[in-house]
Design a protein around this ligand. Structure first.
Ligand SMILES: [Cu+2]
Length: 370
């Protein structure tokens, strides 16, 4: 028999345990009435590398943050040679847009699969708990929409991706269906000593590996529809050698005229995701001042990194204050992937050159003869 004493002991044990657990995970579930009473905020998503406006430090209590994303199946060009690719996208961009909320907020997403699409899709949030990250509750056919709510209980940068079922999962992911959500601590980012860190700008870079089939002559093949491209594409995928490794959906999407802009003294947060494959971001001529390699803000950031490692299926975050002007290449430091396959972006940084940090003491010239 369950006595009153046992019940009290149980309650005491639960209290001790609750103290050791993360606050939100141990909190009693909120009722629908409590959630309904929370303030609501509607966010309009923007295409990467840009990120919608948000507070770094929450100025109010938890809220329900509303997002809407249509799924867009479309043909896109992914390199300078005009290679056509049957893309599947969240919100029309590769990667899908970055969402930002605070710990303790509720994410409420309306996912729309327009009638013009040909396939079922869903969304698996690595930040969410249960139901295949929401994948089990969001599978929708063309012509349908669904609304999912989940509580943001863990801070960090987390991948989301389409995960319909079986062989469709990797195909939809390497067709472009992934993105990132950033869940900030309510009191903002911190260094290893618990001191506040803040950014002037945030950029979101999504890396994609593409597997485009070639014909007998070695030219990339084009297809009329996604369905038609499927069998050939799976064959290339099984070789595990991508034909393209790109940032933001195409070779050159973030270089030249599309370079990201900053200036000396500005602190930039660079969020980098890869939903399928490992990668290793590196800022040539710069560093990662503070890097959350695994992207989880409950862990102290690593400092002064030269290159960081993003595990396939995750998103990491690096904070850097630019100290010199110029054009910085930001690459996947598998340099074959960076240069040959497309994984290069540029930062154009304005400002004053610092001779103390670097100076060409003597210009190139002939070797003197003694
Ligand atoms: Cu999909």
């Amino acid at each position: 028999m369950f006595t009153r004493r046992q019940a009290l002991l149980g309650a005491a044990a639960a209290t001790v345990l609750a103290g050791a657990l993360p606050r939100l995970a141990s909190a009693a579930p909120a009722t629908e009435a409590e959630i309904a009473a929370l303030p609501r905020q509607k966010v309009t998503l923007v295409a990467p590398p840009f990120v919608h406006e948000h507070e770094q430090i929450a100025t109010s209590g938890p809220k329900v943050v509303e997002f809407t994303m249509p799924i867009v199946e479309k043909k896109v060009v992914i390199d300078d040679e005009g290679t056509e690719f049957q893309a599947m996208t969240f919100n029309g961009s590769m990667p899908g847009p970055m969402m930002v909320v605070h710990e303790g907020d509720y994410v409420e997403l309306t996912l729309i699969n327009p009638e013009t699409n040909t396939m079922p899709h869903n969304i698996d949030f690595h930040a969410a708990t249960g139901g295949l990250g929401g994948g089990a509750l969001t599978l929708i056919n063309p012509g349908e929409q669904v609304k999912l709510r989940f509580k943001a209980t863990r801070t960090g940068t987390f991948v989301y991706h389409c995960a319909p079922e079986g062989a469709m999962i990797p195909w939809h992911v390497v067709s472009g269906m992934s993105g990132t959500i950033m869940i900030l601590p309510r009191d903002g980012l911190k260094n290893e000593k618990g001191e506040a860190l803040r950014y002037d700008k945030v950029f979101y870079i999504g890396e994609n590996d593409f597997y485009v089939p070639k014909d007998e002559d070695g030219n990339y093949k084009t297809y009329e529809s996604h369905g038609e491209s499927y069998a050939d594409t799976v064959e290339v995928m099984r070789g595990l050698v991508p034909t393209h490794v790109v940032f933001n959906g195409a070779k050159g999407a973030l270089t030249g005229d599309h370079a990201m802009k900053s200036k000396v003294g500005e602190t930039v947060l660079i969020v980098h995701s890869q939903a399928n494959r490992d990668t290793r971001p590196h800022l040539i001529g710069g560093h990662g001042d503070y890097v959350w390699e695994e992207g989880k803000f409950a862990n102290p950031p690593a400092k002064d990194l030269e290159t960081w490692f993003i595990r396939g299926g995750s998103a990491g975050a690096a904070l850097y204050t630019f100290l010199q002007p110029g054009v910085y290449a930001y690459v996947n430091h598998n340099l074959i992937e960076a240069v040959e396959l497309g994984a290069t972006a540029h930062f154009v940084v304005d400002g004053e050159w610092n001779d103390d940090l670097m100076k060409q003491v003597e210009a190139p010239g002939p070797i003197p003869v003694n």
